[in-house]
Design a protein. Sequence first.
Length: 101
Amino acid sequence: MPNLKHHIFVCCSFRGNGNAQGICNKAGAVSLLPYLEEELADRGMHDVQVSSTGCLKVCDRGPAMVVYPEKWWYAGIRGQDDIDTILDALEEGTQSAEFAM
């Protein structure tokens, strides 16, 4: 695995027993993953890893994700346009203020 510049964790609301509950899952967080990965590849951002996670404990703000190592938290991500906005900022080395928590 190449050295990563960023690691994006997308809350998919999985619980310890494997069941997906919570707002992020119900609001379509899982469906954001393929687009996020495709868009990173299209942009040549091969040094960014995407992982789905269990509950990130911000259910009232979901779907949510966090970018490391910056520790940038994002909330209310609803679709491809939101992902594009976040990735545009990431490419510039900044946090997207529109979705920042």
